[in-house]
Design a binder for this molecule. Sequence first.
Ligand code: NAD
Length: 498
Amino acid sequence: MIKSINPATLELIGEVEETPVDKLEEIYKKAREAQKKWAKISISERAQKIIKVNEVISTQFDEISLLISNEVGKPPAEAFVSEVYGVADSTFYYYNNVADILGGEKEVSLGFYESLDKHSIIMRKPIGVVCVIGPYNYPFTIPFQQIVQSLLAGNSVVFKPSSETVLVGQKIQEIFEKIDIPKDLVQTVFGSGSKLGNPLIDFADKVIFTGSTATGKRIMQRGANTLTEVSLELGGKSAMVVFPDANIERAILAARWGVFTNAGQVCASVKRLYLHEEIYDYFLERLVILTKELKQDIPTKPNVDVGAMINKEQLDWVHKAVQEGIDEGAKILIGGKRNPNLKGYFYEPTIIEANDNKMKIVQEEIFGPVLVVLKFDDTENVINMVNDNQYGLTSSVWTNNIDFGKKVAEEIDTGSVMVNEVVYTFALAATPWGGTKNSGIGRSHGKLGFYDVTRPLHINIDKYKEPDLWWMPYDEDYDEIIENFKNIASSLVVKNPK
Ligand code: NAD
């Protein structure tokens, strides 16, 4: 059995049975059979069935939020806004847009070849069985959205939640069992990545993985054996850059929420704060005062802002990274230790001043409530500092000059750049989500998310009655054909490119 522990109270809250590795082949077989039936149903009919999950969820808003809170350690209100609402909103968007994005067939122009009565159409087909491997930090909204997009596209899904969040995984399975879709279209398996990981990848037609960069790389290596497509949503070290003309009061509150929401266990958390020297002292002083005001406690108590971290290993790991930062010369302004007043895995909201962009504490992901702050004086300089990092998930630029903000955004190498916002764009179902560099490959959400779980099928139709010009025999007549081709090729020269 896999036990689920509430990280805030350390109480056992439930357990689920581990899936035996030797059952996986059978699970995939059933998934494949279910997928064949499902793919035959029209897109709009699939959408009509899938949207019913919103009805199921709407009867359990509080129950699901509380479950997430108990299993992950975040306040239930935060669980509702960032996870439960996120699922309802994105499912509604996908329901409304899947037919426009994936439906129908598109005829493309073939230029010269059309004169030979040749025609091409392109349509999007499901890939087959998609394996969704989820992280612990947003155990509901991240895999749920990936599952919904995969299903709407005509795939079936084998889903493995994190071993830390098996009860939320079980809840997701339960929700899909309540709607009218083929049996075995969604199957959830439980167990550690080290035991189940390899066969999960070997049997899948596509893997959507969300988790750490180290595990993502292992999954890609394994996928290479079977040339299985993988999409990887990995780690981050998001930067927030504040220019002096920004709305400073809003930026201070954004920074506070952006780093401490979900106890800092967010791939897109504000992890690096770059402040212009003109506002540096004021911003930091206010941020520290406002951070002191945050209430950290068992998240189901009233008015709690910051909850617990997922487990002792993560907490110890964060503390070790903070200690190493101090050894490197970084200075703690607030926090920097486990909360001594609480027995759960609570790490105090921590703000650290660094003095060199090359410091390990600035460069590496610290998956906890830890913000590293640096000063800058020049735009080019700060862009270089932001880009000088192995990760490229999100970033934000704060200025009241939107044109300037957009120009800076274009120079930053991350999957998303927000101007005057932080973190929240994962919530936008219409826009692509994913990173550059060590933050991953592939995109979920929106049109690109649907493309990620489908393959293009190109059908070429020929209505030409004669043999094609380029067919054998290569005799004297062929010389004439070649001359004609040369004339056509010459007509393709562009003398004055626009
Ligand atoms: P993790 O890599 O430890 O685990 C993620 C999942 O992979 C779990 O389900 C785990 O059981 C499974 N797994 C582990 N080893 C495996 C293997 N060899 N084969 C197959 N599966 C395996 O990550 P985590 O600690 O759950 O999540 C935190 C990390 O996830 C952070 O680095 C964070 O930045 C990242 N993350 C990224 C995004 C994003 O959208 N880019 C979102 C959330 C979290």
